[in-house]
Design a protein around this ligand. Structure first.
Ligand SMILES: [Zn+2]
Length: 315
């Protein structure tokens, strides 16, 4: 056995060992301890440390299902290296089926966090100081927020060395260049020199089989690309690469009837949806401002003027 031991959360984990640990984040006034379950699997053979994390936003259930499926199918046990899985990071949000923590904070906007900050900030701090230093590559699983339905995609900063290759190895339908959002986990990980891929697919509080399958397959592809599982990445279709995107906003308020265009390539002036006032006086067609791929569609029944309706490629 190699003497390359990982020290995590007060435990020593040797090659070939696995552990299910709890990241203790806070203690509540109800005396409950808030613990985040974390699974660590190490192969005998040395290799990279891959993190699969979901549920940073507690209502984004597709990601939770993806990490669960990877564990259930045994792919969280690498043939080389170490895989850390966190299926539900924001346990509060998951219980409440909400994006935020009880302090109203978005966990993905409080990184790098602080020990004595808000509850969300403490979550970020404990992750950054106790888990992040061990990680080489991470995949952070999300869905569209609120009523937005994201087509399955990975996002990363293509300018960072190695990220383009990682995104292509994942093999999602779309790969989109995006700089990290300030105070996000991705920004913090990038600053620490880690490679972090963001996965987006579907919408909140739903389980979409196609999205889940893409997420599972993509994560396994990344493991293969990194030499952590046997075989080569299985790319069904190379990702459509998008380097620039823009949001299209609603020209008026009313009931929103989107066309079934999400994920498709549309021409300029293609009909994307219709906004209808509740009293039957008017209907307003929403037309594509330019040709491009639709990567997100708002599914809200009622929209206000200025609401984001569609996310389009703008290369
Ligand atoms: Zn999210």
């Amino acid at each position: 056995m190699s003497d390359h031991t990982i020290h995590i959360l007060g435990k020593e984990i040797h090659p070939g060992q696995s552990e299910r640990l709890e990241l203790e984040v806070a203690r509540l006034h109800t005396r409950n301890r808030i613990q985040v379950p974390i699974n660590i699997e190490r192969a005998e053979e040395e290799g990279p440390v891959l993190l699969l994390i979901a549920g940073i936003h507690g209502d984004e259930t597709n990601g939770v299902a993806i990490v669960r499926e990877i564990i259930n199918s045994g792919f969280h046990k690498p043939t080389r290296g170490t895989i850390i899985t966190i299926p539900v990071f924001n346990v509060f949000g998951f219980l409440n089926q909400s994006r935020e923590l009880p302090d109203g904070k978005d966990l993905n906007r409080v990184f790098p966090g602080s020990e004595n900050g808000s509850l969300a900030s403490q979550f970020a701090f404990h992750f950054r100081t106790r888990i992040a230093p061990l990680v080489d590559v991470g995949i952070d699983f999300h869905t569209g927020s609120a009523d937005r339905d994201n087509i399955t995609q990975v996002r990363c900063d293509f300018r960072i060395e190695g990220m383009n290759e990682l995104a292509m190895a994942f093999g999602a339908p779309f790969a989109i260049h995006s700089k990290g959002i300030p105070k996000s986990i991705r920004e913090t990980m990038t600053k620490l020199g880690k490679k972090m891929l963001l996965f987006e697919g579907g919408k909140t509080k739903s389980l979409d089989h196609e999205v889940i399958n893409h997420g599972v397959r993509g994560a396994i592809n990344v493991m293969r690309y990194l030499g952590m599982q046997n075989g080569e990445p299985e790319i069904i279709k190379p990702s459509v690469v998008i380097r620039k995107t823009k949001w299209m906003r609603s020209p008026s308020s009313g009931l929103f009837f989107p066309e079934n265009v999400n994920g498709t390539l549309v021409n300029r002036k293609a009909l994307l949806g219709t906004i209808k006032d509740p009293y039957g006086d008017y209907e307003k067609k929403v037309l594509a401002p330019a040709s491009g791929h639709i990567i997100c569609s708002n599914t809200a029944a009622i929209v206000n003027r200025g609401d984001a309706l569609f996310h389009l490629s703008a290369d």
